[in-house]
Design a protein around this ligand. Sequence first.
Ligand SMILES: *Cc1c(COP(=O)(O)O)cnc(C)c1O
Length: 497
Amino acid sequence: MIYTSTRDKSIGVSASEAIAKGISSEGGLFVPTEIPTLSLDDIKRIGTLDYIGRAKEVLKLFLTDFTEEELDMCVNGAYKKGKFSSDKVAPLYKLNDKENILELWRGPTCAFKDMALQLLPYLLTVSAGKTLKDTKIVILVATSGDTGKAALEGFKDVPNTEILVFYPVDGVSPMQKLQMATQEGNNVSVCAIRGNFDDAQSGVKAIFTNKEIEKKFKENNLAFSSANSINWGRLVPQIVYYVSAYCDMVENGSLKLGEEMNVVVPTGNFGNILAAYYAKEMGVPIKKLICASNSNNVLTDFLKSGTYNKNRDFYCTASPSMDILISSNLERLLFILSGYDAEKTAEYMRELSVDGKYSVDSDLYKKISDLFDAGYCDDNATKATINEVFKKYDYLCDTHTAVAVNVYEEYTKRTGDDTPTVIASTANPYKFSASVLSAITDDIKSKDEFSMVEELFEKSKEPVPPQLATLKGKAPRFTRVSDKEDMAQVVFDMLGI
Ligand SMILES: *Cc1c(COP(=O)(O)O)cnc(C)c1O
């Protein structure tokens, strides 16, 4: 399978090259030039396998230059027994006849990013072994909170790699900050920046595509890669759980094989929902892809109008991992749905960087609006939804998941569509204890993060993940805060070059 760039159609690389590089040198994203398909018989057969087996079946269709042994090693390592708090890895929780919660946060850092970031280090080291001999890989990450920790955990002490995470100093929850600041490992570093997630992401992209830095890296036998969802190696593992969820919907009796389901995804960078789009194009019977946003509703407006406009206020919300105004992976969707038109995609992205906005043409918009529905809700509605779901079903969901549930319920009221639905649940509620606790009670006694965790446990009886509970009292290891203009210097300092 050949991968090309969303901004230059003349580029053609293998899966390993796409993963090792992370982003194409002219700034485009790597995309496979075709989408492999699964028949209903294939899906039926995949449904008989465990998560590791399901992952191999899906991944081998995309990672065609990996040998079977390599893929086995990667997948067995990533999802081995004991790493995830469910033997099913990504279990489905049936809320009622229609709504099924896909719990993607059972991994080591309690957010859905683990689903991909437990696998990516394996994929990346195998890829680098094929394409970049004797080179150390430097992973740069911009995070809105969850990617950072999941990437640090995935890459810690992986030979021949260094990882550096940038997060917005005021843009993550106290638990997220503590998770990152206390990270262990000999090849890890973390730095807060004065700015928001978009600043962090733009800063990282600028470092990736800076020719002088590239030269300096070459001289030191270093190469960049990315653990953000701009890297195909981050995206492809996410396709697996939508295939798996469909199999589980059939298994739990919500659907008969071949019947359609809807998928709702709480969205920020458009990576998770793009993976669901891939699953649909592969042949998984998915009717609508419903994109849920918080008050940073740039995607809702885009999906409802065809105009993407990031010139608007930025809000720090109770669902901080979705506080994003530049959704990078939308570029891949525009490229695919415009018939793999790199010139058109590059032009939209140029308009975005110059004017902060673009409008897609009517053909492209028609395709997008046939596939996607969208909605958003603010923090009050998010908390009301957490409360309602807890009271009605005795199920505690986090703020991001609640945004998705709220948008889904608004969607069914508006459309009358009662297709059985999978709602992606992206984080464990204890990552956002203050918001979740305030959603289920008016009477909060605690002042600090960990007494809130305990209070939330008292009220909900939901088990606290041990990896969060043991952070209590742990001293931070990383405290550096830098200006966004100085990100390159932070990288050099970490590497001593
Ligand atoms: C990253 C994240 C999201 C957004 O996912 P995208 O792939 O960026 O759209 C949603 N919820 C949580 C908890 C996250 O960590």
